[in-house]
Design a protein around this ligand. Structure first.
Ligand code: GLY
Length: 444
């Protein structure tokens, strides 16, 4: 079976790894950058912009691709899945209309309202900044300000984290509208939800969903959740599939919301096939929806794909043939901790082109897995790009052990001007999350 994976980040390296573990596959890749991990696994690859549908379709036809998988959101937004499908290539990813669940936040919120899906947040969109001011003031400036379209996870600003008070909020509102951040002269304002965020990923065939273990990502650049938002600095998951602050009942609420969204998309005549990602927040009023993504999460894919015991391509085939069943999904019951190494300045202005030295042999001996991300390979040097560079994943029976394996593995990666959030998955930070939720539960 010839399998195409589009994308050159760590998430796509993890997808490629899952494809290769399915044994019967030959892997083909389209990536912007030359990801050395994917290069090593692929039968063939091209370096190409991941949004250039025509070139990707031609490459797929030439290589008789049986199944195409799309990692990042940008190709979904331009309709790559539609173009591949039109040309007879089975694509395990949502088409453009269904991908609006991620690419158009206003549409996503409307879908939730129209289909009475629980977990909605109070919200409104504005093209006129002065109208937004009244709405923000009415919420005592306790709001999240979001561009409508894609911003690589970096466009959201939240009161108390990134700004304080109506005037500071308005500064960003005007910026989003005038600079068309996220592609539109429009802004989405939501009530600020207070709680702990968690990610639920699932496979879906458009009707059934098979949910995967919960993961907690860390969006802020700096330790203790300080600094600007990033695409995600690292993440952890637990052996029982829950999180230390999340009960089975709350996890099930998230699953039920995802199931409702899939059903609603079907009713709206845009059936969704492929992986789906719900970003939730556990608040004192229950589980709320922060955003929905039309793909695996990055870094969350690196927590979960290495745990798959079911043949990944069998799951993809079941999604395409609409025969997906939870009983076919087998997941290793282990905890994972993923930490990203990023270039210094990431989130503001990355130091690109810096060499990274990796002792892969020693790293592997720790039991950890290395996924290459936004790096380039030039003259046998691995160089930092502008985004996250490498993801290291520790896996073990307990979170503690997984964290220690991850930290040990990180010592085998060196270079100047690199940065990692070492607090991710540590006891101290996890205790803080548990305490936070305990305090919120007291307010019930
Ligand atoms: N971890 C955030 C995302 O994948 O969008």
């Amino acid at each position: 079976m010839n399998v195409l994976v589009v994308g050159g980040g760590a998430r796509e390296h993890a997808i490629c790894d899952a494809v290769i573990r399915s044994a019967q596959a030959s892997l083909f890749s389209v990536m912007n950058n030359l990801n050395p991990g994917i290069e090593q696994l692929a039968t063939d690859y091209i370096q190409q912009k991941e949004t250039h549908s025509d070139e990707i379709v031609s490459y797929s036809i030439k290589n008789q691709i049986d199944i195409a998988l799309i990692g990042p959101e940008a190709p979904l937004e331009v309709g790559l899945a539609d173009e591949l499908t039109k040309n007879g290539i089975q694509t395990c990813a949502p088409k453009q209309q269904a991908a609006r669940i991620e690419t158009d936040k206003e549409w996503m919120r409307r879908l939730l309202t129209n289909h009475h899906i629980p977990g909605q947040l109070h919200h409104k969109t504005f093209t006129d900044a002065s109208e937004a001011r009244t709405f923000i003031k009415d919420l005592n400036a306790n709001v999240a300000i979001k561009p409508i379209g894609l911003t690589g996870g970096k466009g959201v600003r939240v009161s108390g984290d990134h700004f304080n008070g109506t005037d500071e909020a308005m500064f960003y509102v005007r910026e989003v509208i005038t600079k068309k951040i996220g592609g539109a002269a429009k802004v989405l304002i939501e009530e600020k939800a207070i709680g702990e965020e968690f990610t639920l990923q699932a496979f879906t065939d458009g009707t059934h969903i098979t949910p995967l273990p919960a993961v907690q990502d860390h969006k802020r650049l700096l330790p203790d959740d300080k600094g600007p938002n990033t695409g995600g600095m690292g993440s952890y998951s637990c052996a029982d599939g829950l999180l230390p602050f999340l009960t089975k009942q709350e996890y099930d609420q998230g699953v039920s919301i995802l199931q409702n969204i899939i059903s609603a998309l079907g009713k709206e005549n845009c059936p969704y096939i492929g992986p789906i990602y719900g970003q939730f927040i556990l608040t004192k009023d229950g589980v709320k929806i922060i955003e929905v993504n039309a793909r695996f999460g990055d870094p969350e894919a690196m927590n979960i794909l290495p745990l798959l015991q079911t043949n990944f391509l069998d799951l993809c085939t079941a999604m395409l043939q609409k025969t997906l069943s939870t009983k076919d999904l087998h997941i290793e019951r282990k905890a994972t901790v993923c930490k990203y190494i990023v270039p210094e300045g990431y989130g503001v202005k990355s130091m690109t082109g810096e060499p990274i030295y990796i002792n892969e042999q020693a790293l592997r001996k720790t039991g950890a897995t290395l996924f290459y991300a936004s790096v380039d390979k030039k003259d046998n040097y691995i160089l930092t790009g502008s985004s996250r560079s490498l993801a290291v994943v520790g896996k073990s029976n307990t979170l503690d052990e997984a964290e220690q394996i991850c930290e040990k593995a990180l010592t085998y990666i060196t270079g100047n001007h690199l940065f990692t959030r070492h607090d991710i998955g540590t006891k101290k930070l996890i205790e803080k999350r548990i305490k936070h939720i305990k305090e919120l539960r007291k307010q019930l």
